[in-house]
Write a protein that binds this ligand. Structure first.
Ligand code: MSP
Length: 527
């Protein structure tokens, strides 16, 4: 390095430090999934949502940590392994690569894949339990109740359904089991008022309908002490209680603590920085655990509550929540087969995304969205503009005067999309971006660059609009947008630097076909 370079580095260092200090931080988590079976579209819904938020924040320039993983202990997994005739650990070791395979296919950009059988996690669970025990928050007692091993949860009267004298799980439609045993309880009830205050008086739970739901449940039923131990003669697959080796800890306590382990609770100095901005992304089925129970446990451990619990409703099929035990699941492979790429599946899932309402998995609707939006609007525009640039200008498209209207529209959409994405309104943000693509198609129809003597200004403006839209679509469709960027010779930039008309010269290399059409309404392939 010459002396000037050294001086430059020294001079730039304070600037670099300031810009690092100003970068935002974002910690996002998915639920850790039970690896008793391979993940389906329902699991992908949550995971892709978390991934899109992670990618969006990276595009905002934030320092992002994204955690996902598997919830490997408990009766459900123990039984699944027994059914296969293998030890639970062998079973989960076989299943975890399957999860990773699907997340690789869907380009899930997690920073850590946590397993509850990871050593550091088991250590965190033991330490947390010791702390709770030493603080007198755990006591012995007898538990009697109706249990669903698929939910890993006790159901009280009013919560379960009754059919022909049998108690039925409202989610899995399976008969509940009567369980009566000596156990240890966690004194959640002592935290009822504090938890209620967090639910009602902060904006942690989003959307707020879910906060109202939890507040009303807390007000009506209260927060009861929770049985957090399972005798080993019934459930042997779990983390042993540090103060009584005849028991393992209840799987949900084990599972929730993964969010602390993932960023080095008790070990890493960076813990507080990430924790202060944690976003838990969950489906509404596990809302109670992630609010009432989790907030209380965190209070007990002197850890602040999460910054946000972002809740979504279900993907349903024939009116019921998609789930293996109901038998109405759509597999990730089948959807990727039908729509040709993981990116299309990501797009469609995010286009369907609804935090408050369940959405029906409707192939006809999806086919129409795919054909109309991805193939006819985005795909067609890229192909048209690519071909014209190659034919008319040999692929070299330099900056020319900006079209005021298109420029104004693009700038407006950058602002709107940024706001929507920051507010987790992903589907709406996609609609907005497609508005820009549609406007650009109309702009071409109006200006007819194929007839123009000097088509460069038109093509420059059209490619700029494609660049802006592609940049904004990048968190949802990382692969396709990379392909467009490579074909037109630009790079995906941080949103703050995205500006219509900023690019000097495009070197178009090819006019890719991004999406092949599907035959609308045709039966699912591969079935
Ligand atoms: N292991 C627990 C979570 C522990 S987190 C500390 C668990 N696992 S699960 O495998 O059952 O996954 C549940 C999550 O998967 C739901 O909360 C939701 O995010 C997602 N979904 C599963 N089926 C779904 C639909 N049909 N629709 C939408 N999301 C769905 O619970």
């Amino acid at each position: 390095m010459d002396i000037y370079a050294v001086v430059r580095v020294i001079c730039m260092f304070p600037l670099y430090c300031v810009s690092m200090a100003m970068r935002g931080v974002f910690y996002v988590t998915t639920p850790i999934y039970y690896p008793n079976d391979i993940p389906h579209i329902g699991h992908a819904y949550t995971t892709v949502l978390a991934d899109v938020l992670a990618r969006w924040r990276r595009l905002r320039g934030d320092d992002v940590f994204f955690l996902t993983g598997t919830d490997e202990h408990g009766l459900k997994l123990q039984r699944a392994a027994e059914k296969k005739g293998v030890k639970p650990k062998e079973f989960v070791d076989l299943m975890v690569p399957e999860f990773k395979k699907y997340w690789r296919l869907l380009e899930i950009s997690y920073n850590r894949f946590i397993r509850t059988t990871d050593r550091d996690h088991e250590e965190v669970v033991r330490r947390a339990l010791e702390k709770l025990y030493s603080r007198g928050l755990i006591y012995r007692g007898v538990y009697r109740g109706w249990y669903c091993s698929s939910c890993e949860k006790f159901y009280s009267e009013g919560e379960y359904e009754e059919k022909e004298g049998k108690k039925i799980c409202p989610i899995h439609r399976r008969e509940l089991e009567w369980v009566e045993e000596e156990t240890y309880f966690l004194k959640l009830s002592a935290y009822q008022d504090k938890v209620l205050k967090l639910v009602k008086d902060t904006d942690i739970i989003y959307p707020r309908t879910y906060a109202r739901e939890i507040a009303s449940k807390l007000e009506k039923e209260g927060l009861r002490d929770l049985s957090i131990a399972r005798p080993k003669d019934r459930v042997y697959w779990g983390v042993e209680l540090p103060f009584d080796d005849r028991y393992v800890v209840y799987v949900w306590i084990d599972a929730l603590l993964n969010y602390l382990t993932g960023i080095g609770y008790g070990e890493d100095e960076g813990f507080g920085r990430y924790w202060s901005v944690v976003h838990h992304i969950i489906g509404k089925d596990i809302l109670w655990f992630h609010t009432a129970i989790w907030f209380a446990v965190l209070l007990m451990l002197d850890v602040p509550p999460p910054r946000r619990v972002l809740v979504h409703a279900f993907i349903i099929n024939r009116g019921l929540k998609m789930g293996k035990s109901v038998g109405n699941v759509v597999m990730i492979d089948d959807m990727v087969d039908r729509y040709y790429s993981a990116d299309s599946v990501r797009y469609l899932l995010m286009r369907l995304l609804n935090l408050e309402k369940d959405v029906e998995f409707d192939l006809e609707l999806l086919d129409n969205m795919y054909n109309g939006e991805l193939a006819d609007t985005y795909g067609n525009l890229v192909r048209r503009v690519g071909i014209l640039s190659l034919r008319k200008l040999g692929g070299l498209v330099g900056r020319r005067e900006l079209d005021e209207e298109l420029c104004g529209k693009a700038e407006e959409i950058i602002g709107e999309v940024s706001k929507l994405m920051d507010d987790y309104k992903i589907s709406e943000s996609l609609v907005k971006t497609f508005d820009l693509l549609r406007t650009t198609n109309a702009y071409l129809n109006k200006t007819k660059p194929w007839e123009a003597e000097d088509p460069e200004p038109i093509l420059y403006n059209a490619i700029e609009a494609i660049r802006v839209a592609t940049n904004l679509l990048n968190p949802v469709m990382p692969s396709v947008t990379r392909k467009v960027a490579n074909s037109f010779g630009f790079e995906i930039v941080e949103v703050d630097k995205l500006e219509f008309g900023a690019f000097r010269e495009f070197r178009v290399r090819e006019a890719p076909i991004l999406f092949r059409k599907v035959r609308a309404g045709a039966p699912a392939r591969g079935k």
